[in-house]
Ligand binder design. Structure first.
Ligand SMILES: [Cu+2]
Length: 264
C-alpha cells in the first residue's frame, strides 16, 4: 500500500516539474531551434502520457493484488498483450524518429545558401578561434609549421599566400542576424565540441576532418560557446561567445576588421 502511494506521488512530482518554467531551455534564436523545441515538446507529451499511464497502471496493480493473506497463485503471462505493447512501442519510437528527421537533415544535409557567410572554427586545447575569408572571399592557405599562438596565428595562415593576407581572425564568433552562416569546424589536437544552447546545436569537432555546420540566427545578442567534450585539464575554461549582430552593425564591424587586417 505504502509503495503504491510512493510511486503515485513520485510520478506526480516528476510530471509537475515539467510544468514550471524555472528549469527549461533558454529562448530559441533560430527557426531550426524553434522546430527542435516544438518536436521536443511533442515527444515529451507523447512519452509523458505513456509515463503517467504506466505509473497509474503500476499503482493500480499494486493496490489490486496486494497481500491480503490469500494463497499465492501462478500466472502464465499473455502473449497477445506482449505483442501489442512491444509493437506499439516500436511504432511510437520509429514514428517520433521519422518525424524529427527533417529537422536534423535541415542542418546537416541541405545545401548551403548562395550568400552564406563562411567562417572557419578552430578548436584547440583550450581555446576557440574564428577565421573570416576577408574581401577576396577565399581562405588563405594554412601550413602547420607556421602555427604560432603567441603571435596570433593559431591557424598557421601561410604568410606567402596572398589570399590569406586579408583573412580576419579572432576569439569571438560574430555573425549577422537573418543570414545563413556556414561554420567549418576543425580541431588542432583532440576531439572538442561546438555547442550553442540557444541554437540547439551541438557538434563534435574532430581532428583531421572539416565538419560543416549551418545555422541562421535571428535574435541579436551574446551567447556562450562552451566546449562540450571533455578535452583535457583546461576543458572548463574553453569557452567563447557567439555574438549575433544587426546586419548593419555586422557590416561596420567587418569593414573595420578588414581595414585592420589590411595594415602590414
Ligand atoms: Cu575542448
Amino acid at each position: 500500500m505504502a509503495i503504491a502511494i510512493l510511486i503515485a506521488a513520485l510520478a506526480g512530482a516528476t510530471v509537475a516539474l515539467f510544468f514550471q518554467p524555472r528549469w527549461w531551455f533558454p529562448d530559441a534564436i533560430s527557426a531550426h531551434a524553434k522546430a527542435y523545441d516544438a518536436h521536443f515538446l511533442f515527444t515529451l507529451c507523447v512519452i509523458g502520457a505513456i509515463f503517467v499511464f504506466a505509473q497509474g497502471l503500476l499503482t493500480w496493480v499494486i493496490l489490486r493484488y496486494r497481500d491480503r493473506g490469500q494463497a499465492p497463485s501462478a500466472h502464465e503471462g499473455n502473449n497477445t498483450l506482449e505483442l501489442v505493447w512491444t509493437s506499439a512501442t516500436a511504432v511510437v519510437f520509429l514514428g517520433l524518429a521519422f518525424a524529427g528527421q527533417g529537422i536534423w537533415a535541415g542542418i546537416h544535409l541541405d545545401a548551403p545558401a548562395a550568400n552564406a557567410l563562411r567562417v572557419e572554427v578552430l578548436a584547440k586545447q583550450f581555446a576557440w578561434s574564428y577565421r573570416y575569408p576577408g574581401p577576396d572571399g577565399a581562405f588563405g592557405r594554412v601550413d602547420t609549421r607556421q602555427i604560432d599562438d603567441a603571435s596570433g596565428n593559431p591557424f598557421g595562415i601561410d604568410a606567402k599566400d596572398p589570399a590569406g593576407r586579408d583573412d580576419i581572425t579572432g576569439a569571438i564568433l560574430r555573425v549577422p542576424a537573418g543570414r545563413q552562416v556556414e561554420l567549418l569546424l576543425k580541431s588542432r589536437d583532440v576531439i572538442h565540441n561546438f555547442f550553442v544552447r540557444e541554437l540547439r546545436l551541438k557538434q563534435d569537432v574532430v581532428p583531421g576532418i572539416t565538419i560543416p555546420l549551418r545555422f541562421t540566427a535571428d535574435t541579436p545578442g551574446s551567447y556562450e560557446v562552451p566546449c562540450s567534450e571533455l578535452c583535457g585539464l583546461g576543458h572548463h575554461q574553453m569557452r567563447s561567445s557567439l555574438v549575433v549582430m544587426a546586419p548593419a552593425d555586422f557590416d561596420a564591424w567587418l569593414q573595420e576588421a578588414q581595414q585592420k587586417a589590411a595594415q602590414p
